[in-house]
Write a protein that binds this ligand. Sequence first.
Ligand code: PLP
Length: 458
Amino acid sequence: MKKVMGQNRRNFMKGVGMTALMSAAAGSNGAFAMGQSRGRRSKYNFDEIYSRVGVNSIKWDSAIRRYGKENITVPMGIADLDFRQMPEVVQALKKRADYDNYGYESLPASYYEAIIDWNKDRYGLEVKREWIRNSSALKPGMISSMRALNPVKGKVILQTPTYSGFTGAINKAGMRVEMNPMKKVDGRWHMDLEDLESRLDYETKCLILCNPNNPSGECWTADELRALGDVCMRHGVTVLADEIHCDYVNKGHKFTPYASIGEKYANSSISYRSPSKTFGHANLKVAYFFTQNQDLMDATMIGGGHDAGCNAFGLIACETAFREGRQWVDEVTEYVDGNFDFLVEAVNKDGNMPGIEYSKPEGTYLAWLDCNGLMAKVITPEYRKAYHDKMRDAGRRHGGLTPEMALSEWIVDACGVQLNAGSSYGIGSGGFMRMNIAIPRSSLKTALDNLSKACKMA
Ligand SMILES: Cc1ncc(COP(=O)(O)O)c(C=O)c1O
C-alpha cells in the first residue's frame, strides 16, 4: 500500500488516459463511439459522457466532496445510472412543468394501466388494478409491511450478502435483522434453506427476498423461489419480494417474478417495484407494490410507514417510461451486459488484476468483486491504523471501521476509483467490493485500467 499511497498520485495517474472526471467536466459533447457496436441501429447513445457534477448527485458530488475533485476519477458507488434520461420522459416532464399549477392531484387510471401493461408485456405477469398501492420509494412500502406483519421488535430475515439498505429499513420498522448467509458454489451464490429453517420461530414472520440479488446478481429460478416459499409457508412467514432490479437481466438468464410461481406463493407475498433503478428515476420518488392477498395489503396500509404522496412529476415519468421505454430498456440492458463482458475480460486477463476474482453475474448493473487477495496484501494493521487516525483527525466516523472500508479508501487513494465496501452487505461479504457499472464504456475502461495498475503495484 505504501508504494501506492506514498507516491504522488498525479504521477501515478499519468499515462492512464483521459479521466472520466475530465471527460464528464467537458460536458455532453465528448461522446465516445466504443460500446455500441450492435447490429441493429441504436436509438439511444449510452457511450455519451454525461456530466453529473454540480447537481448534488450522491454518486459524483458526495464522492468529490469527501475525497476532493482531483482524487476522484470514476465514482462507482450508489446504484443509479450515469446515462442521459430517456428523451421521451424529459419531454413529458417539460410539458407538465409548463402547466404552472402544482396543486393536489389524484393518481390517474392511466398510471395504473401503464404498470399493468408493463408487467404483462415484460414478464407475462397479470397484476390487477386493485392489488396495487404506491409509495415514494421502495423501502417505505416495505417498512409498512414489516410493521404490520412481524411481531413488534421481531426478526426479519435477510439472505446475505444482500442490499445494505435493508438493515436500515428493518431498524426503522422497529425490527432486528436475522441473517441467513448464502453459500457460494462455483461462482454463484445459493440460498441455504436448512440454515433458514433453523432460524424461523415465533419472532420471525417476514423474509426479504432480493431478486435479482443486489449485490451478487442472481436471478432466482422458479424452482429456487418455490423451495424458498415452501419453507416460508411452513412457518407462516410472508415473503417481501424486492424486485427493483428486475429489468437488468444478462443474456441467457431470466427474471422470474415471485408472484408468478404459483397461486399459494403469490398469496403469501408482497412484491415491491419501482422505475427508479430501471430508468434512473430515483429522485423522482415513485414506487409501487402489489399483492393479490387483500389481508396482507390491508395490514400494510395500516403499517403506516409508507408515503402514498407520489409527486406529479414522478408519476408522469413513471407512466411515460413504462409506455414508451421498451426499446430504451432493451438497449440499456444490452449495453450493461456488454459492460459486464468488458469487466470480466479485464479482471481475468492473465495477470491484469492480481488479487481480484470475478465471474459474470445473471442480472443487475452491480459487480460483486472478490478482492480478498488484494485486501490481504494491502490492508495491513499499519494501514488500518493510519486509516483510523485519518478518519478521526478529519472528524469523520471512526468507530466500526472495517477492513473493506479501509480497502475502499486504499482504492480511491491508489487510483481514483470509488467502490462500495462489501462489509455493509452482511455475512459472507468479507473482502468483497461492489462496483456500479451502469456507466459509459470509456469510463469503465478508465476505471479498470487504473485499478489494474494499482493491483499490479500493490
Ligand atoms: C435491492 C434494492 N432495494 C431497494 C433500494 C432502494 O430503493 P428506494 O430508494 O426506492 O427505497 C435499492 C437501492 O439501491 C436496492 O438496490
